[in-house]
Ligand binder design. Sequence first.
Ligand code: HEM
Length: 317
Amino acid sequence: MQPRPAPVPIGADQAVQATAVKPVMPPKEEIAAAVHAHKEEIAAALLDDTSLKPLPESVVLTVKNTVPILRKHGTVVISRFYAMLFERHPEMRVHFTMDRQARGAAGAAGVPAQVAALSRAMLMYAAHVDDVAALLPSLKVFSTKHVSRGVRRAQYTHVICCLLDALKDVLGDRATPKVMSAWREAFARLGTLARIVEDDIRKKAAARAGYDGFIDMTVVEVHHDCDGVEIVMRPPEGVRPDADAGMFLAIALKNVPNMGRTMLTANILRAPRGVLRLRIPRNGERANEFLIDNVRVEMALRIGMPVGEPKSEVYHY
Ligand code: HEM
């Protein structure tokens, strides 16, 4: 058990300020605004789902009031969250690129990439908790990543419990029953939003890929260069995945030294005649380095579904 961090003292200067809240919109109207703003099929899936309930105005106000604290201490909350998650549920590590826990993202000095990404998402959610139209772009990005990594519904409970406990630890005296119950409701609604968006993304990804989740494919070509490797993957008989350049997928690996099972993200360069041409960049992450150094023709690799937006320029990271 790791020692609990001392609660962050919150002085008068950081006292939460009441933020203006618009009247709670019925979900149909809130989501219709998202459909209008994004003209997206995903927003249409949200509109069709009847399980999405509006948040009470008091919850919206209480969550928005924590925005100044999250702006200041969000990365502390999220660092605490990840420590709790991996201590309580070590089996969940396999979905994550664990090296992104340690390494900073460009432009976020000293803050690990995963901590920076999740604390930005949490702040965004707090500030726009009653505005699906504003949340949709961020929701779509992380839901796409979740689908690629095979995140399951049941895992949301673990994540939300750890987020709430981390928030409570860091807020200290400010974690009143009212604040905690508002965040519990807000996270539950975020879980519902993510379920609807992820189901939509997963269904469409599976239809295009011709498989759902992960399948074994065979390496048929390997081309090394200075920055990484390009590989061509042949799917099993009868599967002809369709994908565009710029989409991405996850590769699940076993037996990576000092890591065991883990995942990495590969870029899709092309998908000609049902084979997938992928690029794995050398980016200093152990999973990438291991695969680049060890991939061989005829090897079987566990490949996730292609997801994401096609791009004319392939995104290397
Ligand atoms: C309240 C719920 C959640 C929120 C707000 C959330 C948010 C995020 C965000 C913002 C990212 C970064 C996306 C990017 O920029 O690439 C992300 C990535 C990810 N999330 Fe979640 N997530 C949630 C729940 C979960 C759950 C339940 C899992 C279960 C395993 C999970 C696993 C992952 C993984 C594996 C990644 C990719 C990380 C990497 O690159 O290694 N998340 N999530």
